[in-house]
Design a protein around this ligand. Structure first.
Ligand SMILES: NC(=O)c1ccc[n+]([C@@H]2O[C@H](COP(=O)([O-])OP(=O)(O)OC[C@H]3O[C@@H](n4cnc5c(N)ncnc54)[C@H](OP(=O)(O)O)[C@@H]3O)[C@@H](O)[C@H]2O)c1
Length: 321
C-alpha cells in the first residue's frame, strides 16, 4: 500500500510516497481503511522540528486523525465495515498515523460514527470539531443564552466553534485580525464581529461575553480574563499567538475574582462525547467546513500549503475514493 514515511526532519518537498506492507492486526488494535484525513499544523511541526527527537517513533507515518472503515476488527467490539473516525492518543507520533491507505490503530482511540456525511465532510470533523466541541461543552459548559467570544475566530477550530456554539443556543462574538474576515464569520453564524487588537478588555463592547474560547492563547489570555463578565469562564485551547506559556504565573493576581480559567487538550476523546458531537451536527444540520483537498500523491503541495498557512480552513487528504 501507499504511505508517507518520515525518517527524519525534512522540507515539504522532500516528502515521498513509499510502498509498505499493510499492517498485521493485533489484539486490541483495529485495521482501518483510511478514506480521508484532515491535516494539522502539528504535522508540519513534526516534519520540520520534532521528528529528530527520541520521543517520536521514527520511521513514522504522520497524521493525527483519519476517517474510514474497519477493514479488520481483530478481537475488539468493532465489526468489519463500521464507519469510524480516529484521532490523537499518539497517532502519527508514537505509532503510524493516517498518511497511508490502511492504518493499524488502538481500538480505544477509534470511534464509531452514525452519519450520512460524505468522506470529505466527515474528514473535516475529528480533531477540529472535537476540539471546538470539547472546549465548549466540557470546559466552558456552554448553555443556551450564553454570550460566547471566540478569539482567533478565523482558524479552523474557531470557525467550527462558531457553528457549534450557535447550534447550542449561544450568542456568538467572533474576534479576528482583519475586517475583511467579518463577512465570512457572519455567514458561518457569528452574531457580532470585532477586531482583536490584543486589548479587547479596553474596547467598548455592545455586549459583554460571559464565556471566552481563547485560541490566540497565553499572548491574550490575561486580556480575556479581564474581558469576561463575572461570573465568567475562559477556556485556553489554542496557541495561535505563538506564546505557549504564562510567565511567572501567580494565580491569585492573574485570575480575577469570580473568573474561572480552564484549558482543553484533545488527547482524550470518548465515544460518549463523539456521539454527542455527531448528534449536534446531525440535528443542527451543520455543514462541516474544509477548504482544500489533495490526494496522497500531492502530499508535497498539501504540506507546503499547511506550512505556509493561508488555506482559510481545513486541508483534507484523500486516500480512497
Ligand atoms: N488544545 C488542543 O488540544 C488543540 C487541538 C487542536 C488545535 N489546537 C490549537 O488551536 C489553534 C487553532 O488551530 P487550527 O488548526 O484551527 O488553526 P489554523 O486553522 O491553522 O488557524 C490559522 C488561522 O488563524 C488565524 N491566526 C493566526 N494567528 C493569529 C493570531 N495571532 N491572532 C488571531 N488569529 C490568528 C489566521 O487567520 P487570519 O489570517 O484570517 O487572521 C490563520 O489563517 C492552534 O493554536 C492549535 O494549535 C489546540
Amino acid at each position: 500500500m501507499k504511505a508517507v514515511v518520515l525518517k527524519k526532519c525534512c522540507k515539504a518537498e522532500d516528502l515521498q510516497i513509499s510502498e509498505i506492507p499493510v499492517p498485521e492486526v493485533r489484539s486490541g488494535w483495529v485495521l482501518v481503511k483510511v478514506y480521508a484525513a484532515g491535516l494539522n499544523h502539528s504535522e508540519a511541526l513534526l516534519r520540520m522540528f520534532e521528528a529528530d527527537n527520541d520521543y517520536i517513533a521514527t520511521p513514522i507515518v504522520p497524521g493525527i486523525e483519519c476517517v474510514g472503515e474497519i477493514a479488520d476488527a481483530s478481537d475488539t467490539h468493532f465489526h468489519k465495515g463500521d464507519k469510524v473516525i480516529a484521532l490523537m492518543g499518539g497517532m502519527g507520533r508514537s505509532f503510524n498515523g493516517s498518511y497511508q491507505e490502511y492504518a493499524l490503530l488502538p481500538a480505544h482511540h477509534v470511534f464509531k460514527v452514525d452519519t450520512d456525511l460524505d468522506w470529505l465532510s466527515l474528514a473535516a470533523i475529528p480533531e477540529t470539531y472535537y476540539t471546538a466541541y470539547g472546549s465548549l461543552s466540557e470546559c466552558l459548559m456552554l448553555r443556551q443564552g450564553d454570550i460566547l467570544l471566540v478569539r482567533g475566530a478565523t482558524s479552523t477550530v474557531g470557525q467550527a466553534a462558531i457553528q457549534l456554539a450557535k447550534a447550542m443556543g449561544a450568542t456568538v462574538m467572533a474576534a479576528c485580525r482583519k475586517e475583511t474576515s467579518f463577512e465570512k464569520l457572519q455567514q458561518i453564524g457569528a452574531d457580532f464581529c470585532l477586531i482583536d487588537d490584543g486589548h479587547i478588555s479596553e474596547q467598548p463592547l455592545p455586549i459583554k461575553p460571559n464565556k471566552i474560547l481563547e485560541l490566540v492563547g497565553p499572548k491574550t489570555l490575561r486580556d480575556s480574563l479581564l474581558t469576561v463578565s463575572h461570573p465568567g469562564y475562559v477556556c485556553s485551547t489554542g496557541v495561535l499567538g505563538n506564546v505557549y506559556t504564562v510567565r511567572d504565573f501567580d494565580p491569585i493576581k492573574y485570575i480575577p475574582n469570580g473568573t474561572f480559567l480552564t484549558g482543553f487538550f484533545s488527547n482524550f476523546p470518548t465515544q460518549q462525547v463523539i456521539d454527542d458531537l455527531f448528534a449536534l451536527i446531525r440535528e443542527a444540520h451543520i455543514r462541516p467546513l474544509y477548504s482544500r483537498v489533495f490526494t496522497l500523491d500531492e502530499i508535497v503541495q498539501a504540506h507546503t500549503l499547511l506550512e505556509k498557512g493561508g488555506a482559510g480552513g481545513k486541508i483534507i487528504l484523500t486516500l480512497h475514493s
